[in-house]
Write a protein that binds this ligand. Structure first.
Ligand code: ATP
Length: 455
């Protein structure tokens, strides 16, 4: 794995994974842009999550709700009142700091001064104006989590799918938090993506499902290539629990800057649906909720056995896509010493995550038959639907191997003179991890590639 953030940052920029946002204007803190390979990796990680959370289960539906929603969503969700981080000002260097790690120390981590204010609450939501009129009522917020769109659509999804408990709703999308101190590359940023599941169950079955999801989510991260010894659980208690949570287990990963939260699995009880439902008095809501004067829908489901309407409990595994990508890159980053004394950098991604699945390289740039066969193979493999297959005609296969090691391409295929002269059109297939090369006939290449990626 990568030892320092700097080596990752530098590889990400050099090879086109991640760039500083607004870089040509001096950058913008807490915002990053995903480049040609970053977007592929991101899409692959999202697809793996969706596959496991939606397609491989028959009790989860998908959703893509709007980012900008009615401000009442955040009034009743509790975010307007409580979605804050403690902040201190340093009198010495005039910086503002997120204070939760300074609970006891009270030292500015920018300049070391002890001349700092008492912590005060800072709301992390971005406020924005909606519509052409600017007045007291024309504001709302950019969503700080995707979850609220799931709760507000609860009735729509139940009515349109006839779901009964337990079932879940999954969503991937952007969230925004005006973090006081964004830092550690894409670990803490102001605009990021979340992959969230809200899993609804009967009250009383919540603890069982909470435990289930903690285990399932850890297994999923292992399946993305993270090593067991780099994952830890943290049981969140007391003051650190969010306003909606009965209990939370954080899944931590050993990032280059230490063990930190990758995903939180929270038992949100009946807090959210209970907060957003109309006719709150008709239900036995266990969570402490604000009296709702605006909702137009009952967010309840019929319990067929008891023959009554009830508000389910909710278990939420909430993962950060950007943090996930950082974890996967950290883990995949490998520097290897080769027998000839040189070193190579390899990103040992799991095949399903690799931004480029196969690179096809003609040995000679200007030999029309070689070029034609290479292009034909590219088109054939592309049609398999595995992801990006790259035809790359630089005429330097050695350099190509090095570059593709560095971006984690599992397979490189070289088309050479043998390919156009010998029967069966043999091509050379080179493996990223073992660096071994084998010869495969052109007609057998699709089956070879499918077998590699599907197993
Ligand atoms: P932290 O304590 O690190 O601020 P959090 O506990 O506030 O995180 P949650 O509200 O549980 O985070 O959000 C769920 C997930 O969303 C986190 O586990 C993380 O992966 C991701 N996430 C939250 N805030 C950020 C951020 N500022 N930048 C990138 N990812 C984030």
């Amino acid at each position: 794995p990568a030892k320092t953030m700097d080596e990752l940052v530098s590889l990400c920029k050099r090879r086109g994974f991640i760039f500083q946002g607004s870089e040509i204007y001096g950058g913008m803190q807490g915002a990053y842009d995903y480049g040609p390979l970053g977007i592929e990796l991101k899409n692959n990680l999202k697809a793996a999550w969706w596959r496991s959370m939606v397609y491989e289960r028959d009790d989860v539906e998908g959703l893509d709700a709007a980012i900008v929603q009615n401000k009442h969503v955040y009034k009743y969700s509790g975010h307007e009142d409580t979605f804050t981080d403690p902040m201190v000002d340093c009198h010495e260097c005039k910086s503002r700091l997120r204070a939760d790690h300074m609970k006891d120390i009270k030292v500015c981590d920018n300049c070391g001064s002890t001349n700092v204010t008492e912590p005060r609450d800072f709301n992390l939501m971005f406020k924005t104006n909606v519509g052409p009129m600017v007045n007291e009522d024309s504001y709302t917020y950019l969503r700080p989590e995707t979850a609220q769109g799931i709760f507000t659509n609860f009735k729509n999804v139940v009515d349109s799918t006839s779901r009964t408990l337990p079932f879940g709703i999954a969503q991937i999308g952007k969230s925004f938090r005006n973090e006081i101190t964004p830092r550690n590359f894409i670990f803490r940023v102001r605009e990021f993506e979340q992959m969230e599941l809200e899993f609804f169950c009967k009250p009383g079955e919540d603890e069982k499902w909470h435990e289930f999801w903690v285990g399932a989510r850890k297994q999923w991260w292992l399946d993305q290539g993270l090593a067991e010894e780099n994952i830890q659980f943290e049981y969140v208690t007391g003051d650190d629990l969010s306003h909606y949570s009965k209990s939370t287990v954080d899944i931590l990963y050993k990032f280059p800057h230490g063990f930190e939260e990758l995903e939180g699995v929270a038992n949100r009880t009946d807090y959210d649906l209970g907060s957003h439902t109309k006719a709150q008095d008709e239900f036995d809501i266990t969570a402490k909720v604000k009296k709702n004067e605006h909702s137009t829908a009952k967010l309840a489901i019929r319990d067929l056995e008891a023959n009554k309407w009830e508000i389910p409990f909710c278990i939420e595994p909430s993962a950060g896509l950007d943090r996930g990508l950082l974890a996967v890159m950290t883990e995949a980053y490998t520097e290897e010493e080769l027998p000839n004394g040189s070193t190579r950098t390899v990103l040992k991604f799991k095949p399903h995550l690799a931004p480029i699945k196969v690179a096809i390289m003609p040995l000679k740039k200007n030999k029309p038959e070689i070029v034609a066969l290479a292009k034909e193979l590219k088109n054939k493999l592309q049609k398999l639907g595995l992801g990006r297959i790259l035809y790359e005609n630089t005429g330097n296969v050695g350099k190509g191997y090095r570059r593709h090691d560095e971006v984690g391409t599992p397979i490189c295929v070289t088309v050479d003179f043998d390919s156009i002269e010998k029967e069966g059109a043999p091509v050379t297939v080179r493996d990223r991890d073992t660096m071994e090369q084998i010869v495969v006939n052109a007609a057998d290449l699709p089956a070879y590639v499918i077998n590699y990626f599907i197993n």
